[in-house]
Design a protein around this ligand. Sequence first.
Ligand code: MG
Length: 157
Amino acid sequence: MFDTTLVLWDIDHTLIETRGVGGEGIEPRNGLRGPYARALARQYEQHADDFRERGRALPGALDALTAVAELPGVVQTVLTGNLRSVAMIKLRVFGLGDFVDVDAGAYGDDADDRPRLVSIAQRRASATYGTTFDRANTVVIGDSPADIDTALTGALP
Ligand SMILES: [Mg+2]
């Protein structure tokens, strides 16, 4: 048994900063989610060069992801209010996508309530890796008090 710790990385202002390109504050609701997600992803794709030029991976982000990826027994992925399609573009543009298991993550498409994303990611990772991920073996890494609240209230007991 090697997969014993789940690391959930916030994206914006933890791994990258976008300096005003795009934004994560818009939360699509119900019927708008699919069309909105596709339109937003298209915008990010079309402006990927601008996004790459104006944004950046934060100092140490690549090193941290690389180091954690090399730890035995650790699964790392993302937990973000970004739509999954947008998160994928952000990670790819800044060269961070190869270090996380994106299928085990949780995204703005999955729930409007950010703490709920923790249990969604835990269940996905548990199903994929055959290990139960709960409060005892899950770490949330973020940049804001909201990330702390998410970790404390959202993890499976
Ligand atoms: Mg953040």
